[in-house]
Design a protein around this ligand. Structure first.
Ligand code: FCB
Length: 457
């Protein structure tokens, strides 16, 4: 059945600086934690790095022309902190000039810029001083945010402070699978808290700098499904909800940390690093909440990796997500369940009610085995099905009363998929990494039609 979106619903596409820009040593840019991590043997598949990526840094006009062809209402991209304040030192005019060029081209093409301030590329110089484990990094982030807002705020109104603090803190400082590759207990919890504190201070700074700013944060959230009635699995589900959602959504939307977190992590920290008014700083009023969703979570209880509770990393909570026998998996190995997206959105509404600001879906998409046909075409029907089903799931949630204003597909183009390198392809545009040529896939034409008609066929 055809599904119709409201006329003012925003259709966009998203990318991030380190994943597409390349030119890592140009225009005064200095290393971020992802340069260091990707150049460390064994961290990224096939030893791939973002050194060249999609070379977007040199192809702004070409890429914006493709966005115009697609008919995007809005383009979500991130600013590279290590371009704007290399080594977190003095402001680098060449870094700002690059984003001036991009923003001006977007506006000339009639596309709203939606800026993410932090999509994981912390200046390495700050990591050398402790990174997000340190309270001072929250202040450094807010200073950088203020520079960006002061400079671009006359043209950019939509600001996203952080992308997925779960990944920056838990994947980066507990699991160690993302930069900076640390495996810690207390350090990862401090990182999560200082990221949120940085969000709160930055939100205040953006608002005071940019009249009419729309300020939000993007969270990747778990849609937790119960796998059995056993008390162990029920407890696993509680812990999944805690680390995947509540330690981010509760402070941001309700100004408190969940009690369960205090219990679960008391063996690894005394929480003395949470200062008295931090939570009121974190719980800034927001104009929107960015939600990223890819796959459902099905937690089953398993043994902790480390027996001694005081020695565990912060994410060693005694559960793992299970797959169904023989189910379709994406190139990332992720199961697909669009209904879980609706369930997540209605869960948010149910838990936070009037405290929930309007939602923008800031990422959703799929990596599939795109085959370039003999005629050069990529007939990515898996992607069309996935995005179509998930857009319908968004509309279902809207029909159930959740206020959702926009949707950004991940991603505009194939790019550097973090620890997985260039193999998983998420783009509407295919990128040939030898020639850097962009080729629209079938999904590009399909999405153009969605944007033009506001209908999902
Ligand atoms: C999200 C990231 C984004 C992209 C997608 C697939 O976690 O925000 O950069 O890698 O996953």
């Amino acid at each position: 059945m055809t599904v119709q979106f409201p006329a003012d619903f925003v259709f966009g596409a998203a990318t991030a600086s380190y994943q597409i820009e390349g030119a890592v040593a140009e225009g005064g840019r200095r290393p971020s934690i992802w340069d260091t991590f990707s150049h460390t043997p064994g961290k990224v598949e096939r030893g791939e790095t973002g050194d060249v990526a999609c070379d977007h840094y040199h192809r702004v006009s070409e890429d914006v022309a493709l966005m115009r062809q697609l008919g995007l209402d809005s383009y979500r991209f991130s600013l590279a902190w290590p371009r704007i304040k290399p080594d977190d030192g003095p402001v680098n005019p060449a870094g700002l000039a690059f984003y001036d060029e991009l923003v001006d081209e977007l506006l000339a093409a009639g596309i709203e810029p939606a800026v993410t301030l932090y999509h994981w590329d912390l200046p390495q110089a700050l990591e050398d001083r402790g990174g997000w484990r340190e309270r001072d990094t929250a202040e450094r982030f807010a200073d950088y945010a203020a520079v960006a807002a002061d400079h671009l705020g006359d043209r950019v109104k939509r600001w996203i402070t952080l992308n997925e603090p779960f990944c920056s803190s838990i994947l980066g400082y507990a699991d160690g699978v993302h930069a900076p590759g640390a495996q810690e207990g207390e350090g990862a919890l401090k990182a999560a808290h200082h990221l949120l504190l940085g969000h709160g201070i930055a939100a205040q700074r953006i608002r005071s700098s940019v009249p009419g700013a729309q300020v939000g944060i993007t969270l990747n959230l778990a849609s937790v499904q119960q796998v059995s009635e056993s008390s162990a699995d029920l407890e696993a589900a509680q812990r999944n909800l805690l680390i995947g959602n509540l330690i981010f959504t509760d402070p941001v939307l309700a100004g408190s940390y969940p009690e369960l977190g205090k219990q679960v992590w008391s063996p690894i920290t005394d929480f003395s690093w949470i200062a008295g008014d931090d939570l009121s700083t974190i719980a800034q009023p927001l104009d929107f909440l960015g939600v990223n969703f890819y796959f459902p979570s099905r937690p089953r209880a398993v043994a902790h990796q480390v027996a001694d509770p005081a020695q565990r990393v912060a994410s060693d909570l005694g559960f793992e997500s299970v797959l169904h026998e023989g189910e379709y998996l994406t190139e990332m190995g992720w199961p697909v369940d669009a209904g879980a997206f609706t369930a997540l959105l209605t869960w948010l509404q149910g838990r936070y009610g009037d405290a929930l600001p309007p939602i923008h879906i800031t990422e959703n998409g799929i990596a599939c085995p795109d085959v370039v046909g003999p005629d050069g075409r990529i007939d990515d029907q898996d992607r069309i099905r996935y995005v179509g089903d998930h857009l319908k799931a968004v509309k279902d949630a809207m029909d159930k009363g959740v206020d959702i204003r926009g949707y950004y597909v991940w991603s505009l183009m194939d790019n550097f998929e973090w620890a997985r390198g260039y193999q998983p392809r998420f783009g509407l545009l295919h990128v040939d990494y030898d020639t850097l040529q962009r080729t629209p896939k079938a999904s590009f034409d399909w999405y153009r039609n969605v944007i033009a008609t506001h209908q999902i066929p």
